[in-house]
Write a protein that binds this ligand. Sequence first.
Ligand code: ATP
Ligand code: MG
Length: 456
Amino acid sequence: MTRAKPVLLIVEDERTALRALKLILEDEGYSVLEAACGEDGLRLALSEQPELILLDIRLPDIDGLTVLQRLRAGHSDAAVIIMTAETSSANAIRATQYGAFDYLSKPIHDEHLLLLIRRALEYRQLEIEVRSLRTGGTSAEAGVPGMVGHTPAMQEVYKTIGRVADSAATVLVTGESGTGKELVANALHQFSGRRGRPLVKVNCAAIPGELLEAELFGHEKGAFTNAVSRRIGRFEQAEGGILFLDEVGDMPLALQAKLLRAVQERTIERLGSNAPIPVDFRLVAATARDLSTAVAEGRFREDLYYRLNVVVIALPPLRDRREDIPLLVQRFLARSERPVTIRQDALDKILNHDWPGNVRELENVITRAVVLAPGGIVTPEVIEFPTLPSATAGARCSFWESQVPYRDGYWAVLRRVESALVKAALREAGGNKTEAARILGVQRRLLYQKMAELGI
Ligand SMILES: Nc1ncnc2c1ncn2[C@@H]1O[C@H](COP(=O)(O)OP(=O)(O)OP(=O)(O)O)[C@@H](O)[C@H]1O
Ligand SMILES: [Mg+2]
């Protein structure tokens, strides 16, 4: 709905508070409707379709949360900001769970309120755009990856995704480990015209260099000793779709040159053959490392860097968007089969942590807390942060990198690392393998395989 002035509805029973708010908002150029009780508010919300609703929790007839629920059940897509006199976050969290954009505690700080309103309106606009993108597409809505967060940095991310998803541009996704780089790749795929075609993911850090080449380019039968049959590589598998190169900064230099050629010429050659094969893929790359440093240090090709650096989506570390933490916590709690709530002091403990492993670390901490929560209530005691630098793998791992005993040889070191990973996860999970696999973010099958291999 496009109107000259955004329409705001205030639902508040205290007359003086309502008047004051109305003046401030009108001064700011909004058109303001008012309601003194919940039922009136609901009626106005549905008949006038305001862009945004400021909703008091305590109202004379029905409480704000009930209003919110009924709004969501009815036909209103207004952004809702809850105003509450209580400091308890339980209501606030429930409010965000019912779809409120944010909440403010009274007394209301005008500047903060105005900022929040601007943000909520922008966010709502974006949601509407994304929704129309979705319904315009063919894919099922259920598959759309849910990214949580409404801080300005995240809004930038959504906007960029919206802007570039449908283009052919190469996208570079940057951000520390666990910030959601893969989610962005998923979203780009979902919102692009290539959504009906494959999204092929390759983790360049997980595959040793010499295997990575065959993985990407494929090979002909007899191309090397173990090549007993022809194998189609990832470039060809991604035909018509998107190739996601995760941890692209870890790709060996020689291979970078081949990648550059594939990107420029849109043809590849399988190993053991020199027949060029045309390939149609869109490239999305991700890195937790700073590629410009890698270029300066000669570990990454400058020409490839410029090729990848066309559109950059930079994901903020979680500690720089703490306002999103309550929403994320709520999202992760909601995954539990039994109803679980969180106590304020536990939430405070979470808010004060630095989150070096970002959203993934938060997800793991909550998943574990849910399992341990006494009586379905998360208390500070069940919030435990990993002590190993495991959660800081990737960009923030320089200690480990400088100490790595490379002289012991590649496979020996890998085995030790794998063994330490599996053992630590099993220990933390109290021996529960499903839980250990979840902590490590791997399939249970892989965990079993590794345990067998390593004799654990
Ligand atoms: N904004 C978000 N909202 C909800 N969940 C998120 C968000 N960002 C990340 N996650 C979750 O955190 C986990 C890590 O996300 P993802 O794998 O996309 O991060 P990453 O940046 O690729 O990490 P890494 O560098 O370690 O591979 C996933 O389980 C993902 O669902
Ligand atoms: Mg990743």
